[in-house]
Design a protein around this ligand. Structure first.
Ligand SMILES: *Cc1c(COP(=O)(O)O)cnc(C)c1O
Length: 367
Protein backbone atom coordinates (compact mmCIF):
# COMPACT_ATOMS: atom_id res chain seq x y z
CA UNK A 1 0.00 0.00 0.00
CA UNK A 2 1.14 3.50 -0.81
CA UNK A 3 0.17 6.18 1.74
CA UNK A 4 0.86 9.82 0.92
CA UNK A 5 1.71 12.39 3.62
CA UNK A 6 -1.01 14.55 2.11
CA UNK A 7 -3.31 14.02 -0.87
CA UNK A 8 -4.91 17.27 -2.04
CA UNK A 9 -6.65 15.53 -4.93
CA UNK A 10 -9.01 13.68 -2.60
CA UNK A 11 -10.10 16.95 -1.02
CA UNK A 12 -10.59 18.64 -4.38
CA UNK A 13 -12.71 15.81 -5.72
CA UNK A 14 -14.94 15.83 -2.66
CA UNK A 15 -16.00 19.44 -3.42
CA UNK A 16 -15.06 19.73 -7.09
CA UNK A 17 -18.36 21.14 -8.40
CA UNK A 18 -18.44 23.96 -5.87
CA UNK A 19 -14.79 24.87 -6.44
CA UNK A 20 -15.07 24.79 -10.22
CA UNK A 21 -18.14 26.99 -10.10
CA UNK A 22 -16.44 29.51 -7.83
CA UNK A 23 -13.40 29.64 -10.12
CA UNK A 24 -15.55 30.04 -13.23
CA UNK A 25 -17.42 32.95 -11.70
CA UNK A 26 -14.15 34.82 -11.18
CA UNK A 27 -12.97 34.02 -14.70
CA UNK A 28 -16.25 35.34 -16.07
CA UNK A 29 -16.39 38.56 -14.06
CA UNK A 30 -12.61 39.18 -14.46
CA UNK A 31 -12.14 41.20 -11.27
CA UNK A 32 -8.90 39.40 -10.53
CA UNK A 33 -7.38 41.91 -8.11
CA UNK A 34 -9.34 42.66 -4.93
CA UNK A 35 -12.60 41.51 -6.46
CA UNK A 36 -15.75 41.05 -4.36
CA UNK A 37 -14.77 37.52 -3.31
CA UNK A 38 -11.77 38.89 -1.40
CA UNK A 39 -13.94 41.11 0.78
CA UNK A 40 -16.45 38.30 1.24
CA UNK A 41 -13.71 35.90 2.32
CA UNK A 42 -12.21 38.50 4.67
CA UNK A 43 -15.60 38.95 6.33
CA UNK A 44 -16.10 35.21 6.59
CA UNK A 45 -12.71 34.63 8.20
CA UNK A 46 -13.28 37.51 10.62
CA UNK A 47 -16.64 36.03 11.57
CA UNK A 48 -15.17 32.52 11.83
CA UNK A 49 -12.51 33.78 14.23
CA UNK A 50 -15.00 35.77 16.30
CA UNK A 51 -15.10 39.19 14.65
CA UNK A 52 -12.52 41.93 14.24
CA UNK A 53 -10.96 42.74 10.87
CA UNK A 54 -9.31 40.52 8.29
CA UNK A 55 -7.06 41.61 5.44
CA UNK A 56 -6.15 39.22 2.64
CA UNK A 57 -2.52 39.34 1.49
CA UNK A 58 -0.33 37.46 -0.97
CA UNK A 59 1.09 34.82 1.40
CA UNK A 60 1.53 33.83 5.02
CA UNK A 61 5.02 35.25 4.85
CA UNK A 62 3.67 38.62 3.73
CA UNK A 63 1.04 38.48 6.48
CA UNK A 64 3.92 38.32 8.98
CA UNK A 65 5.95 40.98 7.16
CA UNK A 66 3.09 43.47 6.89
CA UNK A 67 2.07 42.82 10.51
CA UNK A 68 5.55 43.60 11.77
CA UNK A 69 5.62 46.73 9.63
CA UNK A 70 2.25 47.73 11.09
CA UNK A 71 3.74 47.26 14.57
CA UNK A 72 6.45 49.74 13.62
CA UNK A 73 9.36 47.29 13.48
CA UNK A 74 12.35 49.17 12.06
CA UNK A 75 16.01 48.50 11.31
CA UNK A 76 17.86 47.75 14.54
CA UNK A 77 14.78 46.55 16.41
CA UNK A 78 14.53 43.08 17.91
CA UNK A 79 11.71 40.56 17.63
CA UNK A 80 11.47 37.48 19.84
CA UNK A 81 10.63 34.14 18.16
CA UNK A 82 11.23 30.43 18.69
CA UNK A 83 14.12 28.92 16.67
CA UNK A 84 12.08 25.79 15.88
CA UNK A 85 9.74 26.98 13.14
CA UNK A 86 9.49 27.48 9.39
CA UNK A 87 12.12 29.91 8.11
CA UNK A 88 9.61 32.67 7.22
CA UNK A 89 9.07 33.53 10.90
CA UNK A 90 12.67 34.72 11.12
CA UNK A 91 13.13 35.79 7.50
CA UNK A 92 10.54 38.58 7.68
CA UNK A 93 12.29 40.11 10.70
CA UNK A 94 15.62 40.20 8.88
CA UNK A 95 14.02 41.64 5.75
CA UNK A 96 12.91 44.65 7.82
CA UNK A 97 16.49 45.16 8.98
CA UNK A 98 15.56 43.95 12.45
CA UNK A 99 17.11 41.14 14.46
CA UNK A 100 15.50 37.80 15.34
CA UNK A 101 16.08 36.96 19.00
CA UNK A 102 15.42 33.34 19.84
CA UNK A 103 13.76 31.76 22.87
CA UNK A 104 13.74 27.96 23.21
CA UNK A 105 10.70 25.71 22.88
CA UNK A 106 8.93 23.27 25.17
CA UNK A 107 9.99 19.68 24.40
CA UNK A 108 6.44 18.31 24.34
CA UNK A 109 4.36 21.04 22.70
CA UNK A 110 7.15 22.36 20.41
CA UNK A 111 6.03 25.90 21.27
CA UNK A 112 7.74 28.92 22.79
CA UNK A 113 8.64 28.73 26.51
CA UNK A 114 6.97 31.82 28.02
CA UNK A 115 9.21 31.77 31.12
CA UNK A 116 12.31 32.34 29.01
CA UNK A 117 11.08 35.43 27.20
CA UNK A 118 11.69 38.16 29.77
CA UNK A 119 15.45 37.59 30.05
CA UNK A 120 15.75 38.27 26.29
CA UNK A 121 13.96 41.62 26.32
CA UNK A 122 16.15 44.67 25.67
CA UNK A 123 15.53 48.32 24.85
CA UNK A 124 15.34 47.40 21.18
CA UNK A 125 12.70 44.69 21.57
CA UNK A 126 9.57 45.67 19.63
CA UNK A 127 7.51 42.52 19.40
CA UNK A 128 7.07 38.88 20.30
CA UNK A 129 6.02 36.51 17.53
CA UNK A 130 4.89 33.17 18.99
CA UNK A 131 4.33 30.36 16.49
CA UNK A 132 1.42 27.95 16.90
CA UNK A 133 3.44 25.05 15.61
CA UNK A 134 1.83 22.01 13.99
CA UNK A 135 -1.63 23.42 14.76
CA UNK A 136 -1.48 23.95 18.52
CA UNK A 137 -1.49 27.40 20.11
CA UNK A 138 1.46 28.58 22.15
CA UNK A 139 0.68 29.38 25.78
CA UNK A 140 -0.62 32.88 25.08
CA UNK A 141 -1.66 34.19 28.53
CA UNK A 142 1.86 34.43 29.99
CA UNK A 143 3.14 35.70 26.62
CA UNK A 144 0.55 38.51 26.58
CA UNK A 145 1.37 39.31 30.20
CA UNK A 146 5.10 39.78 29.58
CA UNK A 147 4.32 41.76 26.40
CA UNK A 148 2.00 44.08 28.29
CA UNK A 149 4.52 44.59 31.07
CA UNK A 150 7.20 45.68 28.57
CA UNK A 151 4.87 47.43 26.13
CA UNK A 152 5.57 45.03 23.25
CA UNK A 153 3.36 44.05 20.35
CA UNK A 154 2.40 40.42 19.84
CA UNK A 155 2.04 38.97 16.33
CA UNK A 156 0.78 35.40 16.24
CA UNK A 157 2.29 33.22 13.54
CA UNK A 158 -0.85 31.14 13.12
CA UNK A 159 0.17 29.97 9.62
CA UNK A 160 -0.34 26.34 10.69
CA UNK A 161 -3.18 26.92 13.11
CA UNK A 162 -6.32 28.38 11.52
CA UNK A 163 -9.28 27.01 13.48
CA UNK A 164 -7.32 25.90 16.53
CA UNK A 165 -8.25 27.34 19.92
CA UNK A 166 -6.57 28.57 23.07
CA UNK A 167 -8.88 28.62 26.09
CA UNK A 168 -11.83 28.75 23.71
CA UNK A 169 -10.45 31.60 21.59
CA UNK A 170 -9.44 31.09 17.98
CA UNK A 171 -5.77 31.19 17.04
CA UNK A 172 -4.82 34.60 15.71
CA UNK A 173 -7.27 36.58 17.86
CA UNK A 174 -5.24 36.84 21.05
CA UNK A 175 -2.23 38.91 20.05
CA UNK A 176 -2.36 42.37 18.45
CA UNK A 177 -2.33 40.72 15.02
CA UNK A 178 -2.70 37.14 13.81
CA UNK A 179 -1.32 35.71 10.57
CA UNK A 180 -2.64 32.86 8.45
CA UNK A 181 -1.18 31.10 5.44
CA UNK A 182 -3.25 29.54 2.67
CA UNK A 183 -0.30 27.72 1.13
CA UNK A 184 -1.84 24.66 -0.60
CA UNK A 185 -0.70 22.16 2.03
CA UNK A 186 -1.99 24.15 5.01
CA UNK A 187 -5.26 23.06 6.67
CA UNK A 188 -7.10 25.73 4.71
CA UNK A 189 -5.15 25.76 1.45
CA UNK A 190 -5.66 27.59 -1.81
CA UNK A 191 -4.50 26.76 -5.33
CA UNK A 192 -1.32 28.78 -4.88
CA UNK A 193 0.00 31.30 -2.39
CA UNK A 194 -2.24 33.33 -0.11
CA UNK A 195 -2.35 34.74 3.39
CA UNK A 196 -4.32 36.87 5.82
CA UNK A 197 -3.85 39.23 8.73
CA UNK A 198 -6.53 39.44 11.41
CA UNK A 199 -6.79 42.02 14.19
CA UNK A 200 -9.28 43.66 16.54
CA UNK A 201 -7.59 47.00 16.07
CA UNK A 202 -9.17 49.02 13.26
CA UNK A 203 -6.09 51.25 12.91
CA UNK A 204 -3.75 48.28 12.48
CA UNK A 205 -6.16 46.73 9.96
CA UNK A 206 -6.22 49.99 7.96
CA UNK A 207 -2.46 50.14 8.01
CA UNK A 208 -2.11 46.59 6.69
CA UNK A 209 -4.74 47.38 4.04
CA UNK A 210 -2.59 50.31 2.89
CA UNK A 211 0.66 48.36 3.06
CA UNK A 212 -0.73 45.72 0.68
CA UNK A 213 -1.33 48.36 -2.03
CA UNK A 214 2.04 50.12 -2.05
CA UNK A 215 1.18 52.20 1.00
CA UNK A 216 -1.53 54.09 -0.85
CA UNK A 217 -4.46 55.64 1.01
CA UNK A 218 -6.07 56.58 -2.23
CA UNK A 219 -4.87 55.30 -5.59
CA UNK A 220 -1.61 57.03 -6.66
CA UNK A 221 -1.19 58.90 -3.34
CA UNK A 222 1.42 57.36 -1.05
CA UNK A 223 1.98 58.57 2.50
CA UNK A 224 4.28 55.56 2.96
CA UNK A 225 6.09 52.92 0.92
CA UNK A 226 4.27 49.60 0.98
CA UNK A 227 4.19 46.38 -0.97
CA UNK A 228 2.31 44.67 -3.76
CA UNK A 229 0.68 42.00 -1.64
CA UNK A 230 -2.93 41.13 -2.30
CA UNK A 231 -4.82 37.89 -1.90
CA UNK A 232 -5.91 36.91 -5.43
CA UNK A 233 -9.65 36.96 -6.10
CA UNK A 234 -9.31 33.44 -7.51
CA UNK A 235 -7.74 32.21 -4.29
CA UNK A 236 -10.37 33.97 -2.18
CA UNK A 237 -13.16 32.34 -4.22
CA UNK A 238 -11.67 28.88 -3.67
CA UNK A 239 -10.94 29.49 0.00
CA UNK A 240 -14.48 30.77 0.56
CA UNK A 241 -15.80 27.39 -0.52
CA UNK A 242 -13.28 25.50 1.61
CA UNK A 243 -13.77 27.54 4.80
CA UNK A 244 -17.21 25.96 5.27
CA UNK A 245 -15.59 22.55 5.60
CA UNK A 246 -12.66 23.56 7.80
CA UNK A 247 -14.15 22.56 11.16
CA UNK A 248 -15.24 19.19 9.81
CA UNK A 249 -11.74 18.60 8.42
CA UNK A 250 -10.17 19.64 11.73
CA UNK A 251 -12.26 17.17 13.71
CA UNK A 252 -11.28 14.42 11.30
CA UNK A 253 -7.62 15.28 11.85
CA UNK A 254 -8.21 15.16 15.61
CA UNK A 255 -9.83 11.72 15.36
CA UNK A 256 -6.85 10.40 13.45
CA UNK A 257 -4.44 11.93 15.96
CA UNK A 258 -6.34 10.18 18.73
CA UNK A 259 -5.95 6.83 16.94
CA UNK A 260 -2.17 7.38 16.71
CA UNK A 261 -1.99 8.50 20.35
CA UNK A 262 -3.64 5.28 21.48
CA UNK A 263 -1.51 3.12 19.18
CA UNK A 264 1.78 4.63 20.35
CA UNK A 265 0.95 4.87 24.05
CA UNK A 266 3.45 2.98 26.21
CA UNK A 267 6.12 2.91 23.48
CA UNK A 268 9.31 4.94 23.15
CA UNK A 269 7.59 7.21 20.67
CA UNK A 270 6.96 10.71 22.00
CA UNK A 271 3.48 11.67 20.80
CA UNK A 272 2.35 15.31 20.58
CA UNK A 273 1.09 16.73 23.85
CA UNK A 274 -2.15 18.65 23.63
CA UNK A 275 -2.50 21.07 26.55
CA UNK A 276 -5.88 20.66 28.25
CA UNK A 277 -6.76 24.28 27.48
CA UNK A 278 -5.98 23.89 23.77
CA UNK A 279 -7.87 22.67 20.74
CA UNK A 280 -5.14 21.27 18.49
CA UNK A 281 -6.00 21.03 14.80
CA UNK A 282 -3.05 18.78 13.86
CA UNK A 283 -1.73 20.56 10.82
CA UNK A 284 0.98 17.96 11.35
CA UNK A 285 1.01 14.88 13.53
CA UNK A 286 4.61 14.99 14.66
CA UNK A 287 6.32 12.35 16.77
CA UNK A 288 9.80 12.27 18.25
CA UNK A 289 12.01 9.20 18.15
CA UNK A 290 15.70 8.63 18.90
CA UNK A 291 16.58 6.95 15.58
CA UNK A 292 14.52 9.27 13.44
CA UNK A 293 16.53 9.02 10.23
CA UNK A 294 16.25 5.22 10.28
CA UNK A 295 12.50 5.44 10.85
CA UNK A 296 12.23 7.82 7.93
CA UNK A 297 14.10 5.37 5.69
CA UNK A 298 11.87 2.54 6.90
CA UNK A 299 8.69 4.50 6.15
CA UNK A 300 9.85 5.56 2.71
CA UNK A 301 10.81 1.94 1.90
CA UNK A 302 7.24 1.03 2.73
CA UNK A 303 5.91 3.88 0.56
CA UNK A 304 4.58 5.83 3.51
CA UNK A 305 4.84 9.60 3.11
CA UNK A 306 6.59 11.43 5.93
CA UNK A 307 8.57 14.61 6.36
CA UNK A 308 10.85 16.38 8.79
CA UNK A 309 9.69 19.74 10.10
CA UNK A 310 12.30 21.05 10.78
CA UNK A 311 15.75 19.49 10.37
CA UNK A 312 17.86 22.52 11.34
CA UNK A 313 17.05 24.97 14.10
CA UNK A 314 17.05 28.56 12.83
CA UNK A 315 19.84 29.76 15.14
CA UNK A 316 22.16 27.31 13.36
CA UNK A 317 21.24 28.33 9.80
CA UNK A 318 24.12 29.53 7.66
CA UNK A 319 22.42 32.86 6.93
CA UNK A 320 22.23 33.60 10.68
CA UNK A 321 25.83 32.82 11.47
CA UNK A 322 26.38 36.58 11.95
CA UNK A 323 24.06 36.52 14.96
CA UNK A 324 26.74 34.55 16.79
CA UNK A 325 24.69 31.65 18.09
CA UNK A 326 26.26 28.23 18.53
CA UNK A 327 25.24 24.62 19.06
CA UNK A 328 23.90 24.13 22.55
CA UNK A 329 22.26 27.56 22.82
CA UNK A 330 18.72 26.18 22.42
CA UNK A 331 18.96 22.53 23.48
CA UNK A 332 15.26 21.64 23.20
CA UNK A 333 15.02 23.00 19.70
CA UNK A 334 18.20 21.18 18.69
CA UNK A 335 17.07 17.86 20.20
CA UNK A 336 13.77 18.01 18.41
CA UNK A 337 15.30 18.97 15.07
CA UNK A 338 17.12 15.61 15.27
CA UNK A 339 14.15 13.58 16.47
CA UNK A 340 10.93 14.79 14.86
CA UNK A 341 9.08 13.22 11.99
CA UNK A 342 5.59 14.00 10.73
CA UNK A 343 3.29 11.24 9.50
CA UNK A 344 0.02 11.26 7.49
CA UNK A 345 -2.95 12.83 9.34
CA UNK A 346 -4.95 14.50 6.55
CA UNK A 347 -8.76 14.33 6.82
CA UNK A 348 -9.24 11.93 3.90
CA UNK A 349 -6.70 9.37 5.17
CA UNK A 350 -8.55 6.03 5.30
CA UNK A 351 -8.69 3.68 8.30
CA UNK A 352 -6.82 1.02 6.33
CA UNK A 353 -4.08 3.45 5.42
CA UNK A 354 -3.70 4.62 8.98
CA UNK A 355 -3.60 1.03 10.27
CA UNK A 356 -0.84 0.32 7.74
CA UNK A 357 1.17 3.34 8.95
CA UNK A 358 0.77 2.23 12.57
CA UNK A 359 1.74 -1.36 11.75
CA UNK A 360 4.91 -0.30 9.93
CA UNK A 361 5.96 2.06 12.72
CA UNK A 362 5.34 -0.64 15.33
CA UNK A 363 7.38 -3.10 13.27
CA UNK A 364 10.20 -0.62 13.32
CA UNK A 365 10.24 0.04 17.05
CA UNK A 366 10.10 -3.73 17.78
CA UNK A 367 13.52 -4.39 16.22
C1 LIG B 1 3.72 28.18 6.02
C2 LIG B 1 4.29 29.00 7.11
C3 LIG B 1 4.62 30.36 6.94
C4 LIG B 1 4.63 31.03 5.62
O1 LIG B 1 3.48 30.93 4.89
P1 LIG B 1 3.53 31.07 3.27
O2 LIG B 1 2.09 31.21 2.92
O3 LIG B 1 4.16 29.83 2.75
O4 LIG B 1 4.31 32.29 2.95
C5 LIG B 1 5.05 31.06 8.04
N1 LIG B 1 5.19 30.50 9.25
C6 LIG B 1 4.91 29.20 9.45
C7 LIG B 1 5.06 28.62 10.82
C8 LIG B 1 4.46 28.40 8.39
O5 LIG B 1 4.21 27.11 8.60
Amino acid sequence: MKVPLLDLKRQYHSIKDEIDQAVNEVLENTRFILGPQVKEFEENVAKYCGDGYAVGVASGTDALLLSLRACGVEPGDEVIIPPFTFFATAGVITRLGAKPVFVDIDLLTYNLLPDKIEEKITERTKAIMPVHLFGQCADMDPIMEVAKKHNLKVVEDAAQAIGSKYKGRRAGTIGDLGCFSFFPSKNLGGAGDGGMVITDDEKLADLVRKLRVHGATQKYFHPMVGYNSRLDTLQAAILNVKLKYLDEWSSKRREKAEVYNRAFANTDIVTPKEEEFNYHIYHQYTISVKNRDKLKEHLLENQIGCSIYYPLSLHLQECYRYLGYKKGDFPNSEIRSEEVISIPVFPELTEEEQEFVIEKIKDFIKD
